[in-house]
Design a protein around this ligand. Structure first.
Ligand code: ZN
Length: 164
């Protein structure tokens, strides 16, 4: 599995803030400005990706989030498990989706890729490590439970495990 490349290590919550870097997945050097992603319409200008209308003459290149979707290569994994989850699955997933909508409005590259059943629970994959962390934090702050982070610095991947 691609996601098992590199080395994984557990991280404490307070270590995360310094470790996580913003996604530059497959970015080929400096992009011309403005550049528009043909898949989602996000615009690169002023050194970052923003939602907006494309100015005339914008270049076209896929943004890192759509590139990850295209390659099916998530940056973040949030695995939710436990008896409480089994009984409150819809509610917990709704919270996760709501968190995505909030984050994505301000940080366009932070998106949920898929929500899938896994053994004993559910897995949410994301295009950015920050969103995985934020979903984990939101779920724990709403429902308590146990939260763990595992980070793969080489590949900039984050796994978040929550159980209750
Ligand atoms: Zn895009």
């Amino acid at each position: 599995m691609k996601s098992d490349r590199g080395s994984w290590r557990p991280l404490r919550r307070d270590e995360l803030r310094d470790e996580l870097v913003h996604d530059t997945y497959k970015s080929k050097g400096k992009l011309p400005e403005p550049t528009r992603c043909p898949d989602c319409g996000v615009i690169y200008s002023g050194g970052r990706w923003n939602w907006g209308l494309a100015p005339e003459g914008a270049q076209e290149e896929r943004c890192p989030a759509c590139q990850r979707v295209h390659d099916r290569y998530p940056a973040g994994y949030v695995v939710l498990k436990g008896e409480f989850l089994a009984g409150h699955r819809d509610e917990v997933l709704q919270l996760a989706r709501h968190r995505e909508v909030q984050e994505r409005a301000e940080h366009p590259l932070e998106r949920i890729m898929a929500i899938e059943d896994v053994e004993g629970g559910v897995q949410i994959t994301t295009t950015d490590t920050h969103l995985a962390r934020n979903i984990g934090e939101a779920v724990q702050s709403a429902y308590k439970g146990d939260l763990e982070y595992h980070y793969n610095k080489d590949e900039n991947l984050l796994r978040v495990h929550w159980a209750r």
